[in-house]
Ligand binder design. Sequence first.
Ligand SMILES: [Fe+2]
Length: 208
Amino acid sequence: MQLKEWPAEFDLGIGPIDDDHQMLFRTIQQLGQNIAENRDPNIIAATIMSLSLYVDEHFEREERFLLRAGYPEYDAHKTAHDEFRDSIMSLRHYHQEHSDDVDADKIVAFLEKWLLDHIAKVDRAYEPYLTGATEGDPKIRQRLKYEERSKAMVQITCPADKEQYVRHFVDLISDGSHEGVMIEAAVESVTIKQMARREAKAKRLFGR
Ligand SMILES: [Fe+2]
């Protein structure tokens, strides 16, 4: 498989973002080549993992820039990112389970098309806000502080044999996926039931 050059017409003129986009494009090409050349599944898994980490890092950087610029279409843009995060997660899991059944051409075509379409149609729209040519929405800008606070890291302890469940749970509720929303609703409903049970117990034990 021939590695393609980065098509320069997809540069937005915003240094850190263009660097990220080029890096993602190269990693996608590299992944396609590794699969096409039948490289060791561990090497392919590592390339998918580095693509996944870089996608996360890039989206977080871009989303921070958009909030700081008060970009009015922030929510729609983030939804587009979340869908792609979900696709990458699907690719990771699919490769984990079926490493001998991945089609390099299909993977590269899907990832490359998503990236270039997203840059041309979705990213290009924020350019005047990021360069300061268009004034952003102060209400969106205010959300930056809130988002940063809510992303603060916390340490929790859990039983060792439950670690994988806790990790999976945190992944599910952090990526804004459909399943994450279902889990949050389920936890809320269990919490309400637990509170009602404790209330009834307390009344029985301590009430008049
Ligand atoms: Fe984007």
